[in-house]
Write a new protein. Structure first.
Length: 213
């Protein structure tokens, strides 16, 4: 995988600027790419619910200031870019079908309610686990198409401070938008998804799904 220096040099090449040996170089190129790279990497976390950036963590309880609305409050993990789902503790599964129209895990079929607000996660789940997109800090984990979008966006942002060329910045920004859309679509297409099936509320009730969530 490409290092931060590699990606920065690819971005500099897009604006026809010379390469750097390290982002700590005493040059305008190194100074500008290092200034924009870290914030941009954090922004990439928010571009999509990247399958390769999803993680989970057991939440830490916090003071609940909304007892009339939610039974539990938790602090948001420091590296959380976007919360996706809440999971509750369940007994180990001992008999599961290999396929068919079965909602496993059940908590995907009936999402557990939660609210993300004010740096807290509110829910009704005890000892909750949060599934979330983690903030990116390591550029070497970027898949090729995401890396390309990151490179073009970085090039667009440094085009003005380094080259003083707003036209080039605008052109690269448009290219970055297309690259980002392509990367998001590719990540979406790579995910394994069961075919959508309609299950009535009555069927859920008969199977006992939802009663214990």
């Amino acid at each position: 995988m490409a290092t931060l220096d590699d990606i920065c040099n690819m971005a500099l090449a897009e604006i026809a600027s010379g390469p750097i040996t390290d982002v700590t170089d005493n040059s305008i190129e190194a100074r500008e790419v290092s200034r924009f790279a870290a914030p941009l990497l954090a922004e990439v976390s928010l571009w999509s619910d990247w399958s390769w950036a999803v993680t989970r963590a057991t939440l830490t309880a916090a003071t609940n200031d909304r007892l009339a609305e939610w039974t539990q409050a938790y602090t948001v993990p420091a590296n959380c870019a976007r919360p996706l789902a809440i999971r509750q503790m369940q007994q180990p599964a001992w008999l599961l079908p290999l396929g068919g129209p079965y909602p496993f895990p059940v908590q995907d079929a009936v999402p557990l309610a939660f609210l993300h607000e004010g740096g807290l996660i509110y829910t009704k789940v005890w000892n909750a686990t949060l599934v979330y997109v983690a903030v990116l800090t390591d550029p070497t984990v970027l898949p090729p198409l995401v890396q390309r979008a990151f490179t073009l966006e970085l090039a667009a942002r440094v085009a003005v401070p380094i080259r003083k060329d707003t036209g080039l910045a605008r052109e690269l920004g448009e290219a970055a938008e297309l690259a980002r859309a392509r990367a998001i679509a590719e990540d979406y297409n790579q995910r394994v998804r069961p075919p959508a099936r309609f299950v009535s509320e009555a069927a859920f009730a008969r199977s006992g799904i939802g009663g214990g969530l």
